[in-house]
Design a protein around this ligand. Structure first.
Ligand code: BGP
Length: 497
């Protein structure tokens, strides 16, 4: 058994990391636009998101654009036709992208949408249609209008549910013919890791002892908002599907010591609970108990819980990049970085240049675990390796490490399908180099397509095919078989056969 005939192969990008066009089309400022670039940072330093203060945000509003890499992106705003043509050349059947909320509602709380913003996405979707590429739209990918953060406190304020609902309904009505696959919140579980870009929360506004309650009430509001989005999507576009989206932070016990197993279990349960709520329609009792023990006071109404219960997601999508380890006693143990988290190092795994541990089998076990848990279709909507690429004098980019990463992960994914996992598709993160979400660097590259731009915004923005471009083209053309063959070839070399 292999991938189904209509398997959706493609790639995933987010508006705030690619578009640029910051001062065009009536766009407002988003939370991503106020994250300062720190090109020389320690690669485990996510403080740009974790420690952002109200003063940082206010300073950013009048600061020069140059210091804020997400304002420039990779100029997809002007070059989307060229980029989509390259995606089509690789044979994409789907492109996952987000609609920047701040292009449609520049402040977030307006009554009427910005027509110019809507028209931009009309053009993008028309271009995709030309090539038969189906768009899959994320409604919120770390890009809330900053006004909602500054004037309302982001999703900590219930009124923001209504603003988000208005934005979603405008998108559903406008794009009902073009978009049949939607995702509500990107990595909804990330609110505690980076409250500002996920939910517009400026933690320095609250006394220390209230912060967790603010954060988890905001998450609750997002879960209610996601349920409203699912309900409205089904009502306005009956043949569309709404997925939820999880950062799958697979955590292993560092050893088989029962204390380590218990520590890993705690982390996994906690990582997955927002998906549990969206897939099953109820909060897991163990999580409510744990939040309570953490001192979190949730303000949930009976109507909230009914809405969540009546509107579960149609499918689960998730990002998977790496795995981590946990132990009962972690002090003094080697740590490494993950997707905006730190964890313990796994002695059996290699890691990327950014310290993310490379674990293809972890993708298979994650798929199996998630399918067994929810028994609804799954979609891998982000997977890839961030690496520095070094173009040769003739312009060629030999990114063998990227080919190795994708071959082994796609092979693992195929094994999960063989075991019976219902998998709708796979969108690599990110088919074209873009600005990193976690570090705002350009030099952390994920693409099959190289973009000539450095961390300071210098460069021609020229697009070039890397070696992995042809590899991924073959993977799609062979419905995954080319990845399998490549992974097997590498295994043989490794085993000295
Ligand atoms: C996910 C985000 C993406 C993305 C990716 C890689 O968490 O949804 O937006 O960029 O991770 O992370 P980074 O860009 O920090 O390497």
């Amino acid at each position: 058994m292999s991938f189904r005939e209509d398997f959706l192969w493609g790639g995933a990008i987010a508006a705030n990391q690619v578009e640029g066009g910051f001062r065009e089309g009536g766009k407002g400022i988003s939370v991503a636009d106020v994250i300062i670039g720190k090109p020389k940072l320690d690669r485990r330093d996510y403080s740009g998101h974790l420690a952002i203060t109200e003063a940082d945000v206010r300073a950013a509003l009048t600061a020069p654009d140059d210091n804020y890499p997400k304002r420039r992106g990779i100029d997809f705003y002007h070059r989307f036709r060229q980029d989509i043509a390259l995606f089509a050349e690789m044979g994409f059947r789907v492109l996952r992208l987000s609609i920047a909320w701040s292009r449609i509602f520049p402040r977030g709380d307006e009554e009427e949408p910005n027509e110019e913003g809507l028209a931009f996405y009309d053009e993008v979707f028309a271009e995709l249609k030309k090539y038969g590429i189906q768009p899959m739209v994320t409604l919120s990918h770390y890009e809330m209008p900053v006004t909602l953060a500054l004037e309302y406190g982001g999703f900590a304020d219930r009124r923001v549910i209504g603003f988000f609902q208005r934005f979603c309904r405008v998108c559903f009505k406008r794009y009902r013919e073009q978009i049949k696959l939607w995702l509500s919140f990107n990595e909804i579980d990330s609110v505690e890791r980076h409250p500002f870009i996920t939910a517009g929360i400026l933690v320095d506004r609250y006394p220390e002892e209230d912060r967790l309650s603010v954060i988890y009430n905001a998450l609750h509001h997002q879960l209610v908002a996601a349920a409203c989005a699912t309900r409205d999507c089904h009502c306005l576009i009956p043949d569309a599907k709404m997925g939820c989206m999880l950062t799958k932070l697979t955590t292993y016990p560092l050893t088989c010591a029962p204390e380590d197993v218990a520590a890993a279990q705690e982390k996994n349960l906690f990582n997955q609970f927002p998906a549990d709520v969206q897939m099953t329609g109820v909060y897991p009792p163990l999580i409510l108990n744990r939040l309570n023990r953490m001192g979190v006071r949730l303000k949930m109404t009976a109507e909230d819980l009914a809405l969540i219960k009546e509107n579960p997601a149609d499918f689960l999508s998730f990002s998977y990049y790496m795995s981590l380890c946990a132990a009962g006693e972690e002090s003094g143990k080697d740590t490494t970085a993950g997707n905006t988290v730190l964890g313990l190092k796994n002695p059996y795994l290699q890691e990327s240049e950014w310290g993310w541990q490379i674990d293809p089998l972890g993708l298979r076990t994650s798929l199996v675990e998630l399918y067994d848990r929810y028994r609804k279709p799954l979609f891998v909507v982000e997977n890839g390796i961030g690496a520095e690429d070094h173009p040769e004098a003739n312009g060629r980019i030999r990114d063998d490490y990227r080919i190795a990463y994708f071959a082994s992960h796609i092979q693992a994914m195929r094994q999960a399908v063989e075991m019976g996992v219902d998998l709708m598709g796979y969108t690599s993160w990110a088919p074209i180099d873009l600005i990193s979400a976690g570090t705002s660097q350009m030099s952390k590259r994920y693409g099959f397509i190289y973009v000539d731009q450095d961390d300071f915004g210098g460069g021609t923005l020229e697009r070039r095919r890397k070696d992995s471009f042809e590899f991924y083209r073959q993977v799609i053309a062979s419905n995954g078989e080319a990845a399998e063959a490549e992974a097997e070839r590498r295994e043989k070399i490794h085993a000295g056969v």
